[in-house]
Write a protein of this length. Structure first.
Length: 120
């Protein structure tokens, strides 16, 4: 019996084991930046950096790096719901609408007809 288990084991041909929701998102969304890679510096100011989504200058403490795509996002482009950028948040919401119960908080499927109230 080996002391160490190989990190990545291939599944047998007949098994259909699904991965986690996070690994599925990582396969759907391409990596824009590597984790830990610094944001682009603003050439017009000394200590400001560029948001990858809206291209506005922001100070470094206000920028956050998305854990899925690696983009740097300012507070306006950041969503605290899943702790990701607004671009990845939209993709997560779309996946939840397609497959209810697949997301981290397992919300029910959103039905637009229930949300719209007729005006009189």
């Amino acid at each position: 019996m080996p002391w160490k288990i190989p990190w990545q084991q291939k599944n047998p041909a007949g098994s259909e084991q699904t991965g986690s929701f996070y690994s599925h998102l990582r396969s759907v969304i391409g990596e824009i930046r590597r984790q830990g890679e610094p944001p682009v510096r603003d050439s017009e100011s000394f200590s400001r950096y560029i948001c990858d989504l809206c291209h506005r200058a922001a100070p470094v403490p206000s920028l956050r790096q998305c854990v899925i795509c690696g983009r740097w996002a300012c507070p306006d482009c950041w969503k605290d719901e899943f702790y990701v950028c607004s671009s990845c948040n939209g993709i997560i919401r779309l996946h939840q609408m397609q497959c209810p119960g697949a997301g981290p908080n397992q919300e029910p499927e959103i039905n637009p007809k229930d949300e719209i109230e007729p005006t009189q």
